[in-house]
Design a protein around this ligand. Structure first.
Ligand code: CO8
Length: 259
């Protein structure tokens, strides 16, 4: 598929999705959001793809949030459509593992996009923030909820109410970034090593483990544990479970087939 606002390429099971409006700090306009949705669908349907990496072009920004020029034109009912929030929910529910490579600004909808991913890797240059209140609006693509769930209510309140940005090192300390990479040049290698660890696993188990964590967060613990139990029951019926356990017993590496 041809894209104008993003670039995609697939290498060894990893789908690299690059937000590509560097002159606008990769601000997420309607065209880019639509293409991200199309690319996600494309990646979900490619069986060889196990991991999707989102990154920003230009070295200055992951994504500087929703396009403010388009935001200026929005009317109340525009906030009621699924829009950015719907897209990010889709990304969170993606059956493949998603990784955000954050180098530079991840602000507003950019930070919310990173938070919808399973894993965030931040460089020294990373700046995470939800500055929406500066514009007289509030975070509206899951940010009020995901940030509080990731870093806790107190820290989320601080970041949202003051608009304070946190750098990569602090982001890692408070759990907003999963990994901190000191040298920007080491970012792709670190991403690949995380992706490789995932690629060695059985895809069915990966998907169900991911969804057990995500869906479990939305319900009470008893229900969450049932989600876990039922997911386990599904994986117990897979050939991959037989292969994984047998390979351990036979002291060899498992070869998973996604069955
Ligand atoms: N939208 C549109 N254009 C942008 C954006 C943006 N979010 N961010 C940067 N740009 C453009 C600038 O206008 C500028 O364009 P030009 O060269 O034509 O003047 C270019 O990118 C470069 O920007 P700067 O010169 O400002 O670059 P700096 O490196 O000095 O600063 C910053 C980079 C810090 C990223 C700065 O540009 C900035 O603060 N940007 C705005 C960040 C922001 O407020 N983001 C939140 C947006 S709101 C949001 O995301 C809400 C999501 C939920 C919506 C739900 C709807 C229902």
């Amino acid at each position: 598929m041809e894209y104008n606002n993003i670039r995609v390429n697939v290498e060894e099971g990893i789908y690299w999705l690059t937000l590509n409006r560097p002159d606008a700090r990769n601000a997420l306009d309607a065209g880019m959001l639509q293409e991200i949705g199309q690319a996600m669908e494309e990646a979900e349907n490619q069986t060889e793809v196990k991991v999707i990496v989102l990154q920003g072009a230009g070295g200055k920004s992951f994504a500087a949030g929703a396009d403010i020029k388009q935001l200026y034109e929005k009317q109340p009912l525009d906030a009621l459509v699924p829009g950015m929030q719907g897209l990010y929910n889709r990304i969170e529910n993606c059956p493949k593992v998603t990784i955000a490579a954050v180098n530079g600004f991840a602000l507003g909808g950019g930070c919310e996009l990173a938070m919808a991913c399973d894993i965030r890797v931040a460089t020294k240059k990373a700046k995470f923030g939800l500055p929406e209140l500066n514009l007289g609006i509030i975070p509206g693509a899951g940010g009020t909820q995901r940030l509080a769930r990731i870093v806790g209510k107190g820290r989320a309140m601080d970041m949202i109410l003051t608009g304070r940005m946190v750098d990569g090192e602090e982001a890692e300390r408070i759990g907003l970034a999963t990994y901190f990479v000191e040298e920007e040049a080491d970012l792709p290698t670190r991403i690949e090593s995380i992706a490789k660890a995932v690629l060695k696993k059985g895809p069915v188990a990966v998907q169900l483990a991911k969804m057990a964590v995500h869906k479990g967060f939305d319900v009470d613990e008893g229900t969450a544990q049932w989600i876990e139990k039922l997911s386990q029951s599904v994986v117990f019926g897979t050939e991959d479970k037989q292969e994984g356990t047998k390979a351990f017993i036979e002291k060899r590496k498992a070869v998973f087939q996604n069955k």
